[in-house]
Design a protein around this ligand. Sequence first.
Ligand code: JHZ
Length: 396
Amino acid sequence: MKKKFLNLGKQPIANSFLQSNSKKILSKEFFYNLSVSFNSKNFLVSVTNPVDPKIQYTDKYAHRASESTTMRKAFKNIANKIKRKFTPKIVMEIGSNDGVFIKNFPKRNIIAVEPCKNLASITKKKFKTYPEFWTKKLAEKIFRFSKKADIIFSANTISHIPNLKESFDAINFSLSNNGVLIIEDPSLFSVIQNNSYDQFYDEHVYVFSALAISNVVRVSGLRLFDAEKISTHGGSLRYYICKDGAKYKNSKKLIEILNEEKKIKLNKYSTFKKFSKRVEKSKKDLVNLLKKLKLKNKKIISYGATYKSTTVFNYCKIGSQYLDYVTDTTQNKQGKFTPGQHLSIISPEKGMNNSVDYAFLGAWNFKREILNKEKEFIKKGGRFITHVPSVSILVK
Ligand code: JHZ
């Protein structure tokens, strides 16, 4: 039932930024083979052989959701929408990261679940935080003797959990009768439309479609009743899910989204086979462009040490022969080296100087925010390169 359609080669853990590029550290670097499959029974697209979560979500976890103004605003907006629409008494977040969503709620309403101990220690100062993986056992520990959750929110986390059946069973156990699960994850529709193959890396065990989610939650006694397109992370879907017997009617918007997905055939293997050909072309085009610019002695860097760019650089084998370094605003990424290709990461203040001719948009999902911030660079003739939706130099 699970059929492979894309091979992205030998990849490191996308989040494993290295402390140094010494031989000793490099010799211990972990690699696995990243390939992606389609399940013709429930339409799930997934990494064929997921990596063990215990080596991914450690106390050194690098991603901070608060790093971008776009995301801070997006989480504030959805928190306000939830308050208006559902007036929840108990809200649980699965994968609370650095608290960017929960900080919009009063302390008494919140339960946070976050397995990365460095992140959990940030939110536990104010909110009830469980520094654990989301499992049936944890759900029982939290809810066996207390009131169930009115809202369970989870952004960019459920797609990271290999055992979906257990996760949704645990969610069903934790929801009140008319409680609602709201999840957000990058959408398969956007990945196919934008050719954004870099949404596949070890953490993104799944890239969901509404078609797949509706099938997968049904098996756990849940029902997808609404969905909406959101612009975060290069095009995501927000899903509204309830218990089978809850009061919510299936929305028109959901039917439209499901029909759109059927129209571009997200339920057919042939769609993904065609996509994999486009991915191969994207790799050739990007490498050719970088080669051409290097022959003209241009200085090229990368902007944003994203997990996504780990996939691009290791799949296309783009290292120091093309890129001088990577800039990133996240303090705990600065001074480290990118996984697999070992490019040094420095702050934009240091790295975005007059000597740079081109910057590859590793954080292409924040294109608008970054182009706005880097007006001076562009004014002085600097240019951004992107591979999404196709390889090009951005004129403005
Ligand atoms: P970001 C992460 O993916 C990881 P990433 C995770 N697995 C996930 O699911 C997705 O997010 C949703 C920097 N930056 O989060 C900050 C600048 O330097 O979009 C970040 O390091 N300057 C949880 O890592 C990175 O770029 C800027 O102006 O692929 C963005 O990473 C801005 C706006 C960001 O994607």
